[in-house]
Design a binder for this molecule. Sequence first.
Ligand SMILES: NC(=O)c1ccc[n+]([C@@H]2O[C@H](COP(=O)([O-])OP(=O)(O)OC[C@H]3O[C@@H](n4cnc5c(N)ncnc54)[C@H](O)[C@@H]3O)[C@@H](O)[C@H]2O)c1
Length: 286
Amino acid sequence: MGRMDGRVVFITGAARGQGRAHAVRLAQEGADIIGVDICADIDSNAYAMARVDDLDETKNLVEKEGRRMYAAVADVRDRSSLSQIVDTAVKELGHLDGVVAQAGICPLVTTGGQPFIDALQVDFVGVVNAVEAALPHLRSGASIVATGSLAALLPGATDSPSNGSGGLGYSLAKRQVASFINDLAVVLGPEGIRANAIHPTNCNTPMLNSEIMYKQFRPDLENPSREDAIGAFPAMSGMGVPFIEPEDAANAVLFLLSEEARYVTGVQLRVDAGGQVKLRPQLPTF
Ligand SMILES: NC(=O)c1ccc[n+]([C@@H]2O[C@H](COP(=O)([O-])OP(=O)(O)OC[C@H]3O[C@@H](n4cnc5c(N)ncnc54)[C@H](O)[C@@H]3O)[C@@H](O)[C@H]2O)c1
């Protein structure tokens, strides 16, 4: 018996990183997956997005677990495209029981309006779009999880002036995700549908393993490498670790989607190795 037997989960940003880990972990527990990813770059974001090959690999990994995956290229900023994909996939897979809205960008060290808007559109509006596309299919017992960020919720981190307009947009978007999930839990509770957020600290994915991130952690160096940055990464952890693994976030998502969490809703679950209690002591809630 798997903890997700017979369930179907819609995941945004499924091609790599945490999205892939969620797809594989949920498939290991018996879920079929609907997974979308942009599979193309966004100009204001300094590091590359996933590619179609990455999305294909996620599908292979899900199928190796003996589950089905409906995979499609889609931009979470395009709500009508998400709706078409989810409608078609639900016809094929039968129903929809969960959503993991987690596709994201982190366009740091930028100027001007566009990076600010891009961060808001992808990291917040993209979450709303994913939920809206899924809603017509969700029934009592369904569960929604959105991904925020520890750093984005710490004042002076991604929204510090040195991180520019995109960093400010990232923080604003993630704060909105936290508020949206809080209120979504209120709105959907009477229908028996739950909504929760996870807030990871540094996570060992391509978003963290990028030159722009290395520079955030080692501003003293002109061109810091991963080896240079890794000694500074534990600043975001209370346990001395440089990062969590994508599977650590996936285990939290699995719990929130599973029956074990049937009365857990409106929660902001930090998967942060104690980063928040270290960096914001005496403030136990977001
Ligand atoms: N990696 C970290 O240190 C960290 C820390 C805290 C929060 N997060 C959050 O975790 C989530 C997942 O990020 P990750 O760490 O796996 O990074 P990642 O860059 O490896 O994965 C993000 C995925 O989202 C996809 N994507 C980006 N924009 C999209 C769009 N408009 N439409 C569809 N897909 C899109 C990318 O192609 C990529 O596959 C993000 O919301 C991020 O903000 C990451």
